[in-house]
Design a protein around this ligand. Structure first.
Ligand code: FAD
Ligand code: NAP
Length: 339
């Protein structure tokens, strides 16, 4: 085995914000053996390690003084099929959206609402990716991760992942678990989730009354293409802040002065507020300072118009957080991982 370890590699092509910082060392792992080889080499030389996938949930604020290990393992396999329920397993480095398309081409439903999310399969459990009313916890069958502390492999069940809203055990124990492959419970007979946002409306506009999972995927792709900037054209990491979940009393207080507040009741009685709405009300939509800005159509998305540094984007995020706290008494939590 001979891993290709490069030095002083620009990470610009490896993060969707397009931030031009360098990795002191950089390599790509295509197999478990290469992952182990990279980790062993880093341990021997006392290099810190940063594992990345597609770099679509990262904010890099400085050169990375570590070995950046990009997961590039590929492979999708069918583990079981009882005629109705199918378990598919994918390697961590598989790009997410092509994996969703692959599952749809096999006639399977479950992942359609998660269409067009950038990144890799291996990173998807990190923040329990979610969109249009579905999170990966809803279709999760298990995963295999390497414990970087002990070097042992461990299989995780749904309960053991402790998934929450944009959260998981893996996110809460940063640097410990390297996810190698993930398994999904998918169905041949679809139970579609159309109740969220404009999905049903988009399908009816297209004259589709009884949609297939593929129809839902296409409708969601078309909505996303209209609303979200394509990182290939405008650097971004998707939603920059999580939607805050607050006490019902706070939501009610905000509503007195802001009757248009967009809020959704949670099972525990709290309210989830649309962070994008708060940011827009505070006047940040379309704001730009230098090359760091707030997207003109979607105020939850911070954008890099070209040469913004991670520090400039972080400073803008902090200004927005302080303003939202002052105006509404609400703490906005950053979603991307800061390095
Ligand atoms: P990276 O950004 O490379 O890494 C993210 C984190 O996971 C880092 O902390 C990294 O160290 C860690 N990591 C990566 N791979 C592994 C691994 N194999 N094992 C252990 N740790 C690992 N997210 C949503 O939830 N819903 C959306 O609808 C959504 N839409 C988006 C739209 C756009 C335009 C963009 C740019 C982003 C969007 N995101 C969304 C955020 C992002 O795409 C997801 O969080 C995605 O899962 C990140 O995958 P990645 O491979 O790019 O991870
Ligand atoms: P949207 O439809 O304009 O809705 C605004 C917010 O309200 C969403 O963030 C969503 O919260 C919430 N919401 C909408 N309908 C809801 C319902 N029926 N029940 C509960 N909550 C509801 O949102 P958008 O920005 O265009 O995004 C659409 C979907 O894609 C959302 O699920 C969003 O999370 C996801 N997305 C995520 C990212 C990311 O980087 N994380 C980027 C783009 C899109 P939730 O966010 O909690 O779903």
């Amino acid at each position: 085995m001979s891993l290709d370890i490069q030095q002083g590699v620009s990470l610009k092509p490896f993060n969707t914000f397009g931030i031009d910082v360098a990795a002191r060392w950089f390599t790509q792992a295509h197999s478990d053996a290469e992952v182990r080889e990279a980790l062993a080499m880093a341990a021997e030389r006392q290099w810190p390690v940063l594992v990345i996938g597609g770099g679509s949930n990262l904010l890099l604020t400085a050169d990375v003084d570590a070995l950046v290990l990009r997961m590039a393992s590929r492979g999708i396999r069918l583990l079981s099929d009882d005629g109705d329920q199918v378990v598919l397993e994918a390697e961590a480095g598989e790009p997410w959206h092509p994996f969703v398309e692959h599952s749809l081409a096999l006639g399977l439903s479950g992942l359609e609402n998660l269409s067009l999310i950038p990144g890799t399969v291996g990173a998807a459990p990190m923040q329990n990716i979610g969109a249009y009313g579905v999170e990966i916890k809803d279709v999760f069958a298990g995963l295999t991760a390497l414990d970087r502390q002990s070097g042992e492999l461990r299989d995780f069940s749904l309960q053991e992942c402790a998934f929450g809203y944009r959260d998981s055990l893996f996110k809460r124990e940063p640097g410990r678990w390297l996810i190698l492959r993930v398994r999904f419970n998918l169905q041949r007979h679809a139970t579609l989730h159309l109740e969220y946002g404009p999905v049903r409306q988009r399908l009816s506009e297209q004259g589709i009354e009884i949609p297939t999972p593929g129809d839902v995927s296409q409708a969601i792709c078309s909505i996303r293409r209209e609303k979200l900037p394509d990182p290939a054209e405008l650097g971004n990491a998707g939603s920059f802040f999580k939607n805050p979940v607050v006490l019902a009393e706070l939501a009610a207080r905000i509503k007195v002065d802001h009757p248009g507040l967009v809020a959704y009741a949670q099972a525990d009685g709290q309210m989830k507020l649309a962070a994008g709405w708060l940011i827009e009300q505070a006047g940040w939509k379309g704001f730009r300072e230098g090359d760091a800005g707030v997207h003109r159509l979607q105020s939850l998305v911070l954008v890099n118009y070209g040469q913004a540094s991670g520090g400039q984007l972080h400073a803008l995020a902090q200004r927005i957080q302080a303003d939202i706290l002052e105006r509404f008494g609400v703490n906005l939590e950053m979603e991307p991982n800061l390095y």
